[in-house]
Write a protein that binds this ligand. Structure first.
Ligand code: AMP
Length: 446
């Protein structure tokens, strides 16, 4: 069914067509008529499915000509990047309308945002913290609001924003349309739904579609001590165009980025400790192709839309299965194909079971030909049988002691370290320059 048959005005359909959208995606085909009907909505869909246009198009349709009465639409986003990205979508999809938009997020001065509010925007796109600052100082009132969009709500809950969300909902007029979008629908979300929505229509995009068909998954079993070597080797061998490397911690992201730069890879880093200018520069650098690699913590995993990401590499196995789906959702987007590689140690095997259950498929194990696995072969990473992962005389080291020493470290390995020769047989720089190898052998700070 074409967009024109969904009940949208031609100026709105032209906006979608200008972006090259010919057919609505499944979430759009279901959500657009639902939003146009004026009902509240709970919609779940994997990221990369066209979720943004599913609410932006019908909202633009509802707005009609610009009025300077006060904001009529509020879109809440969990992160600054998502807020900026949604603003861009609204600008593009609404290019044949005169809707005025303002984006409010932290990390930048209040002044320009305050001025933009004085221009009478129709749509406010905001993160919760900055929005509350404006509400508390009475620089913004929501009494003219007609539509409230709570986007990526599971992420907001994960980030501990539930009280902020509730406080903001309390500021909205009771007579409004509320749309709740979430990639997953955890039980805790029901609490928000009860609080904010009134007799909502529900749309769920089939669970088996949780991971896009366009993504090929693989697990690379490896010991913790060899992860960085394996990452470097993978980056050398495969057809990497544009790669996001995910790590669990900010420190881990910084260290990997450092080691990649030592190897002359153009790299951007994005995590919560970076300021807004650095985050924007990293993302822009990656989008424009200046950086082939973006190293990120999970802050970047949700909803970020970068075209042509060929590979997602999980430097560690995400502890929450949903995070895996979000991370790999950065590749294989909108018809292109992608690879999702996960480096997994025997200790991480138990998290794989939950991931395989959620995505409804077994992830194949791959080994890298010619890579000098410690002990002569990759370690056993058996999701179905975690006990089997114990090394028992295999020569593999499982746990890492303090000070970079593995328990039971052999004289052979000591020699290798002493000589600065990398375990993976690759570039000695990883271990010799600034002794990064030593960091990778300790658990502390990771
Ligand atoms: P989203 O899930 O909103 O982040 O969208 C993911 C990507 O799909 C974005 O690059 C959109 O521009 C693109 N997209 C959204 N709707 C369509 C459509 N109907 N046809 C083709 N691409 C689309």
């Amino acid at each position: 069914m074409p967009f024109s048959q969904l009940g949208l005005y031609s100026s709105i359909v032209r906006g979608a067509q200008a972006l090259g959208y010919t057919q609505p995606t499944p979430i759009q085909a279901q959500a657009i008529p639902a939003v146009l009907s004026g009902k509240d909505l709970i919609a779940s869909a994997q990221t990369g499915t066209g979720k943004t246009a599913a609410f932006v198009l019908p909202i633009l349709n509802r707005l009609g000509p610009h009025r300077s009465t006060g904001p009529r639409v509020l879109i809440l986003e969990p992160t600054r990047e998502l807020a900026a990205q949604v603003e861009e979508s609204v600008a593009k999809l609404g290019q044949f309308t005169d809707a005025k938009t303002v984006v409010l997020h932290g990390g930048v001065n209040l002044g320009p945002q305050r001025n933009a509010l004085r221009n009478g925007p129709d749509i406010v796109i905001a993160t919760t913290g900055r929005l509350r600052e404006f509400l508390d100082s009475k620089a913004l009132r929501l009494n003219t609001l007609e539509v409230l969009v709570l986007d990526e709500v599971d992420r907001m809950l994960d980030m501990g924003f539930i009280d902020d969300v509730k406080a903001i909902v309390r500021e909205c007029p009771p007579k409004r349309q509320t749309l709740l979008f979430s990639a997953t629908l955890p039980p805790r979300l029901q609490e928000v739904a009860k609080f904010a929505l009134n007799d909502p229509q529900r749309i769920e995009i089939a669970a088996e579609k949780v991971a896009a068909d366009t993504v090929r998954h693989a697990i690379h079993p490896v010991l913790d001590s060899q992860k960085i070597d394996l990452l470097m080797e993978l980056l050398k061998r495969d057809e990497f165009k544009s790669v996001i490397v995910f790590t669990r911690t900010r420190k881990g992201a910084d260290r990997i980025a450092h080691l990649l730069r030592v190897e002359n890879h153009p790299v951007g880093v994005i995590h919560a400790e970076k300021n807004q200018t650095q985050r924007t520069a990293a993302l822009e650098g990656f989008r424009s192709g200046k950086h082939d690699i973006l190293v990120a913590t999970d802050i970047a995993a949700r909803g970020l839309d970068v075209a042509g990401v060929s590979h997602v590499i999980n430097f560690d196995v995400p502890q929450h299965a949903e995070d895996y789906v979000h991370r790999i959702g950065r590749t294989g987007r909108a018809q292109s194909t992608g690879e999702a590689l996960t480096l997994a140690t025997p200790e991480e095997a138990n998290h794989i079971v939950a991931i395989e259950k959620l995505i409804g498929q077994k992830i194949p194990l791959l080994t890298l030909d010619g890579f000098a696995y410690e002990g002569g072969q990759p370690p056993r990473v058996d999701a179905a049988n975690p006990r089997a992962n114990a090394p028992k005389g295999s020569g593999h080291k499982q746990s890492l002691g303090k000070g970079g020493q593995q328990k039971g470290d052999t004289g052979k390995n000591q020699d290798r370290k002493a000589s600065g020769r990398p375990f993976g047989g690759g570039n000695p720089n990883w271990h010799s320059k600034g002794k990064p190898g030593a960091h990778w052998r300790t658990r502390k700070g990771r």
